[in-house]
Design a protein around this ligand. Sequence first.
Ligand code: NAP
Length: 257
Amino acid sequence: MLTSIEGKSVIVTGASKGIGKGIARVFAGKGAKVLAVARNKEAGNEAVEELKAAGGTAAYFQGDVSSWESMQAMARTAVDSHGGIDILCVNAGIFPTASLVEMSPEAWDEVLAINLKGTFLSVKACLPHLPRDGSGRIVLTSSITGPITGSPGWTHYGASKAGQLGFLRTAAIELAPHKITINAVMPGNIATEGAEDLGPDFHGKMVESIPLKKLGSVEDIAYAALFFASGEAGYITGQTLVIDGGQVLPESLGAIL
Ligand code: NAP
């Protein structure tokens, strides 16, 4: 049983859908005050209403992680509404596909602006508000794709997700004197709204390559994030946790078919 996060102020970016919504649900279910961030107002409000209906404390902030002004306003809103920022979950991300031949420079820039620069901007905006007493936590959602594996159509995405880990390692050293930890979850293939858009064929192939023979759930990622956010994880920083049903393990696909 981990130390309670009851009453902690938590920001979750990309909380209107998928993994972020799962993180928000698990953290709110444990008594945290959640600020759910996403661009689409309707989906964001809907997610927050669900959290409140389940007895949680939550508010919506319409924010874009690729905008510095928006991230500063997000941090101010958390401080004003929830009395501070204890935990930041940097989760917002996009994963459009395009082969290198087809990829436009604009498509590359958009993925990097949201997934990588968005990581920097959300951390930078929240940093002045995170506690310096050993309880301040940052949890990034990276991926296996990029840091460990490759997948056709995702050169920009893989670069952004590997880039997050480069950011993580130096940030961990810089934040250590402030007793703030920063770690990353690295999901494999998780059943989310965004992943659904990749189509049933894609998922069928992925399931075949996963030793545990199923996609992950958003809760699988949320509980790993909860561990990094806990008091018990206070001596862990700059680290990553793969949550992928064993997908990166096989030396040969034939070995598990
Ligand atoms: P999803 O279902 O598409 O949800 C993405 C969330 O991010 C939505 O709430 C979306 O809301 C928000 N978002 C996107 N761009 C944003 C921006 N510029 N500013 C603020 N919010 C933004 O995606 P998911 O599958 O849950 O993925 C979440 C994270 O997990 C991503 O970082 C992704 O790379 C990572 N991941 C996912 C998988 C997987 O299999 N699903 C695997 C590995 C890693 P709006 O569009 O309304 O802003």
